[in-house]
Design a protein around this ligand. Structure first.
Ligand code: SF4
Length: 370
């Protein structure tokens, strides 16, 4: 029997900054902006952990860490196309807490709280105190029953909110419940905690992540190389040393990581930490986030630059979550195009020639001229 008690979520310590007045007292926002920022905070949750606050240079108006966590009046501007559910979670939610978008995997949204609240969050209308309710005991049981009843579900992705806001004890119970389902072989945890609040990655938390009967993967969300502090690196090393593979997720953000040097440093830092770069997400159409989005063309140009600067080990997939719930598609630049037409439609044979672009941007033909 499942013993759910989501009251056991450990909230971040009191030193986390949650109100614009607290941000102003720390010199992170000008006092004259407080009235506007109170409106933002009334709509979207605010939390800046001590670890993240310490990374912000209050004298830099363009600080890339501040841009991610410090609210801005620009968030009150919603542009056409932005939506409260930009990637279509609701359209694929058969029972509360589950999103079943692809056949072999589900998202399992356990909690709606995070250590920090990212200003570009694609679930910003659903996360934070006072947003969606935490999953009730009955809803948790229903979600497990749904997974149990679907033999095709090979992977369960714990997301939210941030699943590492749960206590190690509760997390271990959930991991055991999932691993007891025969077809569930992989449990993937999406988290920002190892960078936002690395002290939570205790020996108990690492032990809770490992479970008999399923393989755990952790996907770390970080967007700027400065987030990978010594404490964050130690937290990640603790997980990798325990045999838990890590991959990265980053969001391409204007004024944070939308230049080749920063992206290069971020990807190199991941690999140095034994974290395989996995996804670079194009910014989702979440309300009030236009000031943080790049264009797709800029993203493709950055990916071209990255290809020329770092090894394949450091290359993430640049992906777009198609609005409406149609899933992710790779949207990186094309390096291959057909140089002539095959003799009949759809038939690829020895006469087909391709134009292929190398890492310096030069064009070649394949096969080469005899
Ligand atoms: S940690 Fe993830 S879910 Fe939480 S606010 Fe940031 S992007 Fe959203």
């Amino acid at each position: 029997m499942n013993k759910v008690n989501f009251d056991r979520i450990n909230f971040t310590p009191a030193a986390t900054l949650r109100a614009p007045t607290e941000l102003a007292a720390r010199g992170l926002v000008p006092v004259e902006h407080l009235a506007g920022l109170e409106k933002v905070a009334a709509r979207y949750a605010v939390a800046v952990t001590p670890d993240m606050a310490a990374l912000i240079d209050p004298d830099d108006p363009n600080d890339p860490i501040a841009r991610q966590f410090i609210p801005s009046a620009d968030e009150l501007i919603t542009v056409p196309g932005e939506s409260a559910d930009p990637i279509g979670d609701h359209a694929h939610s058969p029972v509360s807490g589950i999103v079943h978008r692809y056949p072999d995997r589900v998202l399992f949204k356990l909690v709606h709280v995070c250590a920090v609240y990212c200003r570009f969050c694609f679930r910003r209308e659903m996360v934070g105190p006072g947003k969606a309710n935490a999953l009730s005991e009955g809803a948790y049981d229903n979600a497990l029953a749904y997974i149990r009843a679907h033999d095709e579900i090979w992977e369960v992705i714990l997301t939210g909110g941030d699943p590492l806001m749960l206590s190690p004890r509760r997390l271990a119970e959930i991991m055991a419940d999932l691993a007891a389902i025969d077809q569930v072989r992989i449990i993937r945890i999406h988290t920002r905690v190892p960078v936002a609040e690395p002290a939570r990655i205790s020996a108990e938390m690492i032990a809770a992540l490992k479970v008999e009967g399923a393989t755990t993967w952790v996907a770390l969300h970080a967007n700027h190389p400065r987030e990978l502090t010594a404490k964050a690196r130690a937290a990640c090393a603790g997980m990798v040393d325990a045999g838990i593979p890590l991959v990265s997720q980053s969001v391409l953000l204007r004024g944070v990581n939308d230049d080749a040097a920063t992206l290069e440093a971020l990807m190199r830092a991941f690999v140095e930490c034994r974290i395989k770069p996995y996804y670079l997400h194009h910014g989702d159409l979440a309300p009030g986030t236009a000031h943080l989005r790049t264009t797709l063309a800029q993203g493709q140009q950055l990916m071209r630059s990255l290809r020329g600067r770092v090894s394949g080990l450091c290359q993430p997939d640049y992906v777009l979550d198609i609005p409406g719930g149609h899933g992710k598609s790779p949207v990186g630049p094309d390096y291959l195009s057909q140089a002539n037409s095959p003799s009949s439609e759809g038939e690829l044979h020895a006469e087909t020639r391709y134009r292929v672009v190398d890492y310096c941007g030069e064009v070649h033909f394949y096969p080469p001229e005899p």
